[in-house]
Design a protein around this ligand. Structure first.
Ligand code: COA
Length: 327
């Protein structure tokens, strides 16, 4: 019997920043941003931390399932913007929600965070080690984005998606296959240089802007197009899925051009692809669960639908999950 997603919810902060916000102080334009990325606006949290994005989504997710807080066994938070380097944001979330009997941890896989954490949660549940996992994918990217660098400021947003993972009641439905990869050779193209043990925070690191994201956009773009498309096609082949069989591609939302290239390679038309990058930009670990939640809320995601979830991110990390939706 596979494990599956038994509840889903998301949260975006209320303050909307359209592309015109950046036009006011950077050498950029609404046209450039839309054409090169597909992004029109994003949300930034004016206050609070990543855990404050998770809490409202988690409350809704738990309420939708009708489960009691005392019955939650494990909390996993996938994020690259933890509240603190330690303690884990999972502990902060546990405390803010008042979940009495859980253990948990944070997982760092950047834009692949939700997929890596989903597979981890599924294996924990399937092993019988826990009955359920509150799986949180969330990032407050505004905490680490360099707002003076036009090549990254426009790309990111803040958000959270939370799923509950439990055993499926139907052997046909749930998470059925996964392919995950890491390749540290790609680390040099996308990273946060300072603040860890390799380069502790100092006056110099602050002056050199080393606590912000460092990204070589074109190198990441090329690797993402290949990585996400290859792994999505591979998981289709391995599960004998034709393009007709796949109901939805649920891709990480980094750039609309990366998403379209993946859909093309899979032979899917864009009406089978979940896209919310236009309104929320790249929310890192929150992109995939927020898409699932929005599409489910809107009634577009149906029980039994065949989904390919696909991601690519810093590390490099990338992968695909094949699941049949069970809500
Ligand atoms: N507005 C206007 N011009 C911009 C700009 C902006 N916001 N950002 C970059 N440019 C400029 C560059 O400075 C460059 O100018 P130059 O030719 O004078 O040097 C020009 O646009 C082309 O830059 P380039 O990097 O080649 O553009 P691109 O088409 O590759 O698009 C990204 C840039 C960042 C949108 C794209 O590379 C990308 O999406 N990469 C992947 C990012 C990603 O997914 N990251 C998250 C991890 S998955």
């Amino acid at each position: 019997m596979p494990a599956t997603i038994t509840s889903i919810a998301h949260y975006f902060p209320p303050d909307v920043y359209p592309n015109s916000y950046f036009e006011q102080y950077l050498d950029t334009s609404d046209e450039w941003i839309i054409e090169r990325t597909g992004i029109r606006e994003r949300r930034f949290a004016k206050n609070g931390a990543t855990s404050d994005l998770i809490v409202p989504a988690a409350k809704l997710c738990i309420e939708r399932r009708g489960i009691e807080l005392k019955d939650i066994d494990c909390i996993i938070v996938a994020t690259v913007t933890p509240d603190y380097l330690f303690p884990a944001t999972a502990c902060v979330v546990q405390n803010k929600l008042g979940i009495p009997n859980a253990w948990g941890f944070d997982l760092s896989a950047a834009c692949s965070g939700f997929l890596f954490a989903l597979v981890t949660a599924v294996k924990l549940v399937e092993s019988g080690g826990v009955r359920n996992v509150l799986l949180c994918g969330a990032d407050k990217m505004s905490a680490i984005v360099d707002f003076d660098d036009r090549a990254q400021a426009v790309l990111f947003g803040d958000g959270a998606g939370v799923a509950l993972i439990e055993m499926s009641e139907d052997p046909e439905l749930g998470v059925l296959d996964h392919i995950l990869h890491i390749d540290g050779e790609g680390g040099k193209f996308l990273y946060q240089a300072a603040g860890g043990s390799a380069k502790p925070a100092s006056i110099e690191t602050v002056k050199n802007r080393e606590h912000y994201i460092h990204q070589e956009g074109q190198a990441v773009f090329k690797a993402a197009v290949k990585g996400m498309a290859d792994v999505s096609v591979e998981i289709m082949k391995r599960n004998n899925l034709t393009n007709d069989d796949v109901d939805w591609l649920v891709p990480h939302q980094a750039n609309l051009r990366i998403i379209s290239a993946t859909a093309d390679r899979m032979g899917l038309s864009m009406d089978k692809v979940m896209v919310n990058i236009d309104k929320y930009a790249n929310t890192t670990a929150a992109t995939i669960p927020s898409c699932l939640s929005q599409w489910w809320e809107q009634g577009k995601l149906k029980k039994g639908d065949k989904l390919v979830l696909a991601s690519f991110g810093a590390g490099f990390t990338w992968g695909a999950v094949y699941m049949k939706w069970s809500l």
